[in-house]
Design a protein around this ligand. Structure first.
Ligand SMILES: NC(=O)c1ccc[n+]([C@@H]2O[C@H](COP(=O)([O-])OP(=O)(O)OC[C@H]3O[C@@H](n4cnc5c(N)ncnc54)[C@H](OP(=O)(O)O)[C@@H]3O)[C@@H](O)[C@H]2O)c1
Length: 286
């Protein structure tokens, strides 16, 4: 019988701690932490994610401001907004909700976000810090997964960690964080041949492909730890990249979807936001 990794419960725990920390910090500095979110266009999924982030901020005592812009926004206008937010001493964190319209280059735009306000950990400086094994602001989803593994005292050192997916949001930073914990890392993607042969070697399997239920019981060895990052909808029902019914009986630990990785992403966003705020308040800029 697998142990279900309860990301929802851990996220609530982290969020309660953050709320307490925010209360103490506001008492000390008399300044409320402030996250600015840039939302471009009318994509319902992005709007819903932003609403969730706003609500989480509010519950934690963090001010959030959403800067909503039309899908036709020019690169110049967006860059001006980011420059203003970088310069605004009342804003401690900046989040650009992805994806952004195709006429805008996300790499170019993200690179201009102040690395000290980069709550997503996507700027080149923060990516380099993570790659060099000295993480500062780390992407929220893989950070949450490490917290979940630690909460359940799942050893990582020496374990074969197989990650399916190599996105800059999940797969690559996941690899860097597991490597930092002394895991042995394999990254798989669409050009990987004989995927099941590799996934069957995994002690820890992280699946982040966006392909609903692509991993089933035949892909997983007995006693594996299975982390499902995927969020898809089939016939209106949310499901992950893992076929839970067939993988659950073989695994030792498994995340559900929903209620696994997702809630931790938001909790880690709040944590990163407070990290940015503290860095600013303590004047620890380098
Ligand atoms: N729970 C959360 O908080 C959270 C956070 C972020 C993302 N997500 C979800 O996680 C999933 C992945 O997100 P993402 O942003 O990383 O997606 P992405 O940017 O589309 O990347 C998907 C990755 O999976 C690989 N892939 C796709 N199909 C594959 C296959 N059949 N076999 C092997 N590799 C395959 C792709 O390989 P190539 O590089 O070769 O194309 C790519 O590297 C999505 O469902 C997303 O909604 C959830």
């Amino acid at each position: 019988m697998a142990v279900i990794l309860d990301g929802k419960a851990l996220a609530l725990e982290i969020r309660a701690q953050i709320k307490t920390t925010v209360g103490k910090l506001v008492e000390k500095y008399h300044v409320v932490p402030h996250l600015a979110v840039i939302l471009i266009g009318e994509d319902p999924a992005s709007q819903s994610y932003v609403k969730g982030k706003e609500a989480a901020c509010q519950k934690a005592g963090i001010k959030s401001t959403v800067i909503q812009k039309p899908v036709t926004i020019s690169e110049a206008e967006l860059l001006t907004i980011i420059a203003e937010l970088n310069a605004d001493t009342a804003v401690h964190g900046i989040l650009l909700q992805l994806p952004i319209p195709k006429h805008l280059d996300p790499d170019k735009i993200i690179a201009l976000i102040d690395k000290h306000k980069d709550v997503d950990g996507f700027t080149p400086e923060n990516v380099a810090a993570l790659t060099n094994g000295r993480p500062r602001l780390v992407p929220c989803t893989p950070l949450g997964i490490i917290k979940l593994l630690k909460k359940y005292e799942i050893p990582i050192a020496g374990k074969h960690c197989v990650i399916i997916g190599r996105s800059t949001i999940v797969g690559k930073p996941m690899a860097a964080l597991l490597l930092k914990e002394n895991g042995t890392i394999t990254i798989c993607h669409t050009k990987t041949t004989n995927l099941p042969a590799i996934t069957n070697q995994a002690d820890i399997l992280v699946v982040a492909t966006g392909q609903p239920k692509m991993i089933n019981g035949t892909h997983v060895k007995d006693g594996a730890v299975v982390i499902d990052v995927g969020i898809s909808k089939i016939d209106g029902v949310i499901c992950g990249d893992v076929d839970y019914e067939s993988v659950y009986p073989k695994s030792a630990f498994i995340t559900p979807v929903p209620g696994g990785v997702g809630p931790l992403t938001i909790a880690c966003l709040l944590e990163n936001c407070i990290k940015c705020y503290q860095t600013f308040m303590e004047g620890n800029h380098d």
